[in-house]
Design a protein around this ligand. Structure first.
Ligand SMILES: Cc1cc2nc3c(=O)[nH]c(=O)nc-3n(C[C@H](O)[C@H](O)[C@H](O)COP(=O)(O)OP(=O)(O)OC[C@H]3O[C@@H](n4cnc5c(N)ncnc54)[C@H](O)[C@@H]3O)c2cc1C
Ligand code: SF4
Length: 547
């Protein structure tokens, strides 16, 4: 046996790869494997993530490393404060190669394009075999998505979702038909909230010693990042995440479907599962969750529309946006089909606006590092679309503020779903709505200084004139769209004065928007000079090791 054969395999496990059955760990033996886990400054600061997001990822990583060690694995864990920390994945792998002299590196492909580009340079950088394995924690491989997409003129989630239903057998009859006869029950999932509606309390996880250390670290090193650390309640281990899932299936899935689009001021989660942070970290298996949802329908505990809705979000939307991301990168990052150029308003960071819906969504975002889907889409996203906010600024904001945000899932949702920056590749129409929609689906308007029924002028809900301003700005592109084109006949039927009123009101409102100040703008990757290296120098007491 060659002497080299005794050298270990180095298995870098990234922060969102916290899965015991990860492809790079499957089949490995404990005595010839060194697992490398790295807290690096580049990742913590390439945008200035919400404080809770950094605590969540570091704490989940530290817990996962402890679990692996308890199970007998050799884990080489590099903390952010390690004085020799190189600051980047590649730098840390280089140091680990020196320490362990591995015969090979086995790594699972990264979720984000940026990190994957760095990993693909490793074979040239390191003098050992580098094996990059597919991330098989998704239902569809990237090749499968590519094959599916390449045959089509138009990509639509609905058709991809049906393929995933067939592939997994979820909610399928023995003769290959959708259970209940329909593929998609979304039309049953649009109930407005009832008066005084609230959801059962979900499990909240008190910080243990490891989490508390991460909280202290973030308070010290990331004090100027967005977000509150007054409470931290996210699950940080698989065990806790399972407890959160148990509570969802026991208490909330029944109403998940019907009230999926409802919004209630101060009710931050309603009947949503709040499982995205755990799924995206790798603590929960998305397919297992779908099977549990299906079982709860079979057991008569949840209606089909709730279960189908939940399964569609996961094997439909989640899988679809991941495939779409890799299919459209890197140009998706720069897409701006509607030529939106306005700066992000300051209130996205401060919540200081008289628009009650936006203020509440920003508050929830700041306090919880979370807002539920319809808040992200139809309030925060709708406003950014109508006001013509520049895609890179909106993209950075969403990537910063949500604890579940990783570029592969955030970017398609932001650039393509809310901003239509891809020109309609992902969604068949822009999700543009006036104040009527928010008034119907929430109780926000009753506490707002604006009125959703007033269309223009003082006191009118700003979404009303902004809606028409947007439509008129983009008429040429949208009027032949079968899903929105008809709206222009309503516009054409209005008298000239009314149309002018709409446009003037929108212009007057847009003129009041204050662009984000310097502090927040610094969180944008678009800001020149804000390199990770400079962050390291300014925030990390000068112990720069980056080369
Ligand atoms: C503008 C915008 C940005 C978003 N950014 C992110 C993001 O960075 N990370 C993220 O995980 N989700 C993102 N989403 C999707 C969705 O809003 C969140 O997954 C959801 O709010 C998480 O809360 P939950 O676990 O309670 O979800 P639930 O409402 O309970 O849904 C169940 C699960 O379905 C999946 N899911 C639902 N909708 C989507 C979707 N559109 N895309 C992908 N997965 C979906 C999630 O895994 C979620 O946990 C975004 C949506 C929009 C409109
Ligand atoms: S009136 Fe308009 S701005 Fe105010 S809460 Fe309703 S939709 Fe939002």
């Amino acid at each position: 046996m060659a002497a080299d054969d005794n050298r270990p395999i180095l298995v870098p496990v990234l922060g969102d790869q916290l899965t015991r059955t990860l492809a790079s760990l499957r089949g490995r033996t404990k005595d010839d494997t060194v697992i490398l886990m790295m807290e690096v400054w580049d990742e913590a600061t390439y945008v200035k993530h919400h404080k809770q997001k950094i605590v969540l990822i570091f704490s989940a990583m530290r817990h996962f490393a402890a679990e692996l060690e308890d199970a007998g694995w050799q884990v080489d864990y590099v903390k952010l404060t390690d004085p020799d920390n190189a600051g980047s994945f590649t730098g840390e792998v280089a140091r680990a190669v020196e320490r362990h002299d591995p015969r090979a590196i086995h790594v699972v492909e990264a979720g984000e394009w940026r990190v994957q580009q760095a990993i693909e340079e490793w074979p040239d950088k390191f003098d050992c075999e580098v094996k990059i394995l597919p991330d098989d924690r998704f239902v569809a491989s990237l090749a499968e998505f590519r094959d599916w997409a390449e045959d089509r003129n138009q990509l639509r989630m609905e058709y991809f979702y049906r393929e995933m239903r067939r592939k997994t057998g979820l909610l399928m009859t023995d003769d290959g038909k959708p259970v209940g006869g329909e593929w998609n029950l979304d039309s049953e999932n649009r109930k407005p909230p009832k008066d005084g509606m609230s959801a059962p309390e979900r499990p909240k996880f008190e910080p243990d010693e490891i989490t508390q250390q991460c909280i202290d670290l973030v308070r010290e090193k990331f004090a100027d990042h967005f977000g509150s650390l007054d409470k931290f309640e996210w699950p940080v281990t698989r065990e806790e995440a399972e407890e959160a899932a148990d509570a969802f299936f026991a208490e909330r899935i029944e109403n998940f479907g019907p009230y999926q689009d409802a919004m209630v001021a101060g009710e931050d989660d309603l009947f949503h599962s709040m499982l995205s942070t755990s799924i995206n970290l790798g603590l929960l298996d998305p397919l297992e969750l779908c099977r549990r949802a299906e079982q709860s329908h079979k057991d008569g505990k949840a209606p089909l529309n709730s279960v189908e809705g939940f399964i569609r979000q996961i094997i439909g939307w989640r899988e679809y946006v991941r495939g779409f991301y890799w299919h459209q990168m890197p140009h998706l990052q720069r897409a701006n089909a509607l030529n939106a150029q306005r700066g992000l308003p300051e209130f996205y960071w401060t919540g200081e606006t008289d628009m009650a819906c936006l203020a509440d969504c920003v508050r929830s975002t700041r306090d919880n590092a979370h807002a539920h889907h319809i808040q992200r889409l139809m309030v925060l996203g709708n406003f950014a679309l109508l006001a013509g906010i520049s895609p890179p600024e909106v993209q950075d904001w969403y990537l910063v503020v949500y604890a579940d945000a990783y570029e592969w899932v955030e970017l398609p949702n932001v650039a393509a779903m809310i901003l239509y920056a891809d020109g309609g590749k992902l969604a068949s129409k822009p999700y543009a709505a006036s104040g009527n929609y928010i008034n119907k689906m929430s109780n926000y308007c009753s506490g707002c200084r604006y009125s959703p029924s007033k269309k223009t002028g003082e006191g009118a809900c700003p979404f009303n004139p902004l809606y028409w301003h947007f439509m008129v700005r983009h008429r040429e592109r949208l009027e032949n769209n079968p899903r929105v084109g008809r709206i222009f006949s309503t516009w054409d039927r209005m008298d000239e004065d009314k149309r002018q009123d709409y446009l003037d009101s929108a212009e007057a409102f847009l003129a009041t928007l204050e662009p984000a100040g310097k502090t927040w703008a610094k969180s944008s990757r678009a800001q020149a000079g804000d390199t990770p290296q400079q962050n390291l120098m300014t925030n990390h007491g000068g112990c720069a090791i980056l080369t």
